[in-house]
Design a protein around this ligand. Structure first.
Ligand SMILES: [Zn+2]
Ligand SMILES: [Zn+2]
Length: 245
């Protein structure tokens, strides 16, 4: 598996950046994970033919994770009318908030599939499963398994029961680190860098990639906070960079 970071900011991007979006590939498949604002431009920079996109997985329906679906639906729908796009693209996503869910379809751009914790999906050689997180709207952490390797993406969340079990066994854990611990409040539905590192450590993970970066916080300070807890491979998500799993 190869993971390319298209966008790594949240809940809004820094200049010339994008919010959550990741391309997961093997030789035969391309999967888009989240499609926040700015992601479509980054995707088109490395992949112009939407026929090659096998599936889209959306962790939750906050704009920094799905905003560009609202323009991707035009790119697919108009592409279909022009004969450039020859299919509807399967998308896997939560069904709430309903007003957001209802906006997503345009012509036959997507084949919508509603996810829950019991959902399992097979996309070519990828097996995909879900764990509901503790966030301000319905949100799922997503696990992708392929050729004996496991990759888990946290989505947005605070710490919750069962999180560590879901993360355990990951060869790469892509985890949100929205704030520094000193700035975290109990009402925040996000993780600090310290909490992300603690989850990774307790799950026995050896490789942690931090994402969902707030433009105001220097990545170095998030890295330093996580490094105090997590002694293994630790990286900050960088747009355009590829990570092999
Ligand atoms: Zn977010
Ligand atoms: Zn969110």
């Amino acid at each position: 598996m190869k993971l390319t970071v298209l966008g790594c900011y949240g809940p809004y991007p820094k200049a010339r950046g994008a919010c959550s979006g990741y391309l997961l590939e093997d030789d035969d498949s391309k999967i888009l994970i989240d499609c926040g604002n700015g992601v479509l431009s980054k995707l088109f920079a490395i992949m112009s033919d939407l026929n090659k996109l096998d599936a889209i997985f959306i962790s939750h329906l906050h704009s920094d994770h799905m905003g560009d679906l609202l323009v991707l639906r035009y790119a697919i729908g108009i592409g279909q009318l022009m004969g450039k796009v020859r299919k509807s693209i399967p998308i896997y996503l939560p069904s709430s908030p309903k007003d957001e869910y209802d906006k997503i379809q345009f012509n036959n751009a997507f084949i919508r599939n509603i996810i829950n914790e019991k959902t399992t999906v097979k996309v070519n050689n990828f097996n995909v499963s879900f764990k509901k997180t503790d966030h301000s709207v319905e949100c799922y952490a997503i696990a992708f398994e392929h050729s004996g390797k496991r990759f888990v993406y946290s989505g947005d969340t605070k710490v919750f029961d069962g999180f560590i079990d879901f993360v355990r066994g990951s060869d790469l854990f892509l985890c949100e680190a929205s704030v520094l611990e000193k700035d975290r409040t109990e009402s925040m539905a996000h993780l600090s860098a310290k909490q992300a590192a603690e989850i990774a450590l307790n799950a026995g993970i050896k490789r942690l990639l931090l994402t969902h970066l707030l433009p105001e916080i220097k990545p170095d300070s998030l890295y330093t906070e996580a490094r105090e807890v997590f002694p293994y491979i630790l990286e900050m998500a960088e747009e355009g960079k590829g990570y092999f799993i």
